[in-house]
Design a protein around this ligand. Sequence first.
Ligand code: 5GP
Ligand code: MG
Length: 177
Amino acid sequence: MRKAKDKITKLFDEREIAIRVEELARAIADRLPSDFVIVGLLVGSFVFVADLVRALQRLGCDPVVEFMRLSSYGRGRVSSRNVRLLAEPNLDLGGRAVLLVDDIVDTGRTIDYACGLLRNKGASNIFTCALVDKPSRREVAMDLDFVGFTIPNVFIVGYGIDYAHAYRHLPFIGVIE
Ligand code: 5GP
Ligand code: MG
């Protein structure tokens, strides 16, 4: 459970994140077809997606933006290993190129589940993008197409990423102890 005063140590500040988001947008704009769909995973990716789509717009991209909601973590810090679908994308993905965006890829179960669901919905080509990757925690083999930051096994919050519903509003990414 969240303590009254958790200690949070800054890992990536606002400027570092902004620079990295611009770089990711450039890499995505170079590689994806012009008419792609972004599907963000709620809730953790909402700030990242908001910044990413505007960086893409500055580069001349016009992506369609949708979200889907999955749940795996519950309230603790350890993945439940059971991914649940809470809300699916409300959009015809048949034959479309999709950029699947998540905040963090940890065991890989969430993004793997999401890829399967998008494939079942007819997406022709799925690209994956994670703001943060923790490769040392991987349990499901997964080659991510675009990664913002690679970090060791620490628990982070901020920039959309919560701990027990708190800290999503922090403008930076920090490690919580
Ligand atoms: P996976 O299914 O890859 O194990 O877990 C992915 C999800 O677990 C992420 O989208 C994120 O919501 C949550 N998660 C993984 N690592 C962290 C972390 O360090 N901090 C927080 N707050 N959530 C995490
Ligand atoms: Mg998430």
